[in-house]
Write a protein of this length. Structure first.
Lengths: 167, 256
């Protein structure tokens, strides 16, 4: 029998885990980023399914550690993290709320539909500058300060900015 | 998700090949960090190295689980000797000048894209999900290295010569990607991975188109080196491993 208490606890765990900030882009929570896939109870243990973003992203382990720390300090007796590879995380998992937050933070949010190659390499229209919204922008480099970002500049306000690239 | 293959030894050997390719590629590219010709290239190479190390970790942690002998992913990376490494010879070739690094990565990644596309259909579900995950990253790598191949090949006289020389020098290591031994045969017959020889034509067409665009000549060399997959390596692997493994071997179990 699934007790109401258990569901209550899961809901509380979602609240706790979901509001943890991403270590590299702290304006996003793990829920905004779309990497918390499920939370289950396995006996006394709370198990959290986390989807890694990029294979070598060093934030993955920091995220897993903060999930455990958050649950344990909130009184969860035992917690465990499982990595969920399938279906793979793509930038389409970032919530609309998350996209808005990124733009406000100064990072141009990724195109939707990462499946299409056009979006993946952004061969189409200019990305809108997160500062002045001009689309007269150009790519400086496909790579940036973290695996998930590319370096762009705005030709209108002349400011450099980062673009959260599609994966 | 459980492991479906009943031949654990063959699956372990197959996973080591995939993991070793990624690990050696990552270690080689990692050496270029702080040696990039410009900041953007520096960040690109660091990102690539990081991707490959992450890929190696996924293959090794699965391999360690399949083996079930209590070894960890770190043990597999740091406590095996050269003859127990099963990466392609191509990947252990030195970084050389930037043209050589570009040629090596381009020749491998143009193969890897097709290998991953097939591995994404693997009957071993854990391999399939890893392959889907990393195929997306390799698109970025390959695009980058193809661009440099074209830019250098169709660049100055000097850059053209160097790019051609690098492609010529490394060509003899490309045959091994498509050669098949008993492990590959097992993988193909059990649906775990592709028959490597079946990837050749798509690869050759892709490479020829790129070489053509880069105004480079396709090498005519037919003799191909092999042995990496079976553990017989060129002299370069020993140096790579010495640098990569000396800390964990000098201070076993060290943590920081």
């Amino acid at each position: 029998m699934v007790s109401a208490g258990l569901q209550q606890q899961d809901h509380a765990a979602w609240q706790l885990v979901g509001s943890i900030p991403d270590p590299e882009i702290p304006v996003l929570t793990l829920t905004d980023l779309g990497i918390i896939r499920w939370i289950r109870s396995d006996g006394d243990t709370t198990v959290v399914g986390v989807a890694p973003t990029y294979s070598g992203c060093p934030a993955t382990e920091v995220i897993e550690a903060s999930v455990l720390e958050t649950l344990e300090s909130a009184g969860y007796a035992a917690a465990r993290v499982e990595r969920v590879l399938s279906p793979p995380w793509t930038t389409d998992w970032i919530s609309d709320e998350g996209r808005k937050k990124l733009a406000v933070y100064g990072i141009a949010p990724p195109d939707k539909a990462a499946e299409s190659k056009r979006a993946l390499f952004h061969s189409g229209q200019g990305i809108a500058c997160p500062r002045c919204a001009s689309i007269d922008t150009s790519r400086v480099s496909e790579f940036g300060s973290t695996p998930c970002k590319a370096s762009w500049k705005c030709n209108s306000c002349l400011e450099p900015f980062e673009y959260f690239k599609c994966l | 998700m459980s492991i479906v293959s009943d031949n654990k030894d063959a699956l372990f050997a197959y996973l080591l090949r995939l993991g070793d390719n990624a690990l050696i590629a990552g270690q080689q590219l990692g050496k270029l960090v702080a040696h990039g010709p410009e900041l953007e290239e520096e960040m690109a190479v660091a990102n690539f190295a990081l991707d490959y190390i992450g890929q190696a970790r996924m293959f090794f942690s699965l391999a360690a689980e399949v083996e079930g002998a209590g070894r960890s992913e770190d043990d597999l990376a740091f406590l095996r000797d050269g003859m127990d490494f099963h990466n392609l010879l191509l990947l252990e070739q030195p970084n050389g000048d930037f043209a050589q690094t570009t040629a090596r990565q381009f020749l491998f990644e143009s193969f890897y894209q097709y290998q991953l596309a097939e591995l994404a259909k693997s009957k071993e579900p854990r391999i399939a999900e890893i392959a889907v995950r990393i195929a997306r990253e390799i698109r970025y790598h390959l695009r980058h290295h193809r661009q440099w191949l074209v830019r250098l090949g169709d660049g100055t006289e000097e850059s053209h010569q160097r790019m051609q020389r690098s492609v010529d020098d490394l060509w003899r290591f490309t045959g091994e990607m498509f050669s098949r031994d008993e492990i590959d045969t097992w993988a193909a017959e059990s649906g775990v991975g592709p028959d490597p020889s079946s990837l050749h034509d798509a690869w050759a067409a892709y490479v020829e188109a790129a070489l053509d665009e880069a105004t480079l000549r396709k090498p005519e060399q037919e003799w191909m080196a092999s042995g990496g997959k079976q553990g017989t390596h060129t002299e370069h692997l020993g140096y790579i491993l010495a640098e990569m493994q000396h800390i964990p071997r000098t201070y076993p179990g060290a943590e920081w």
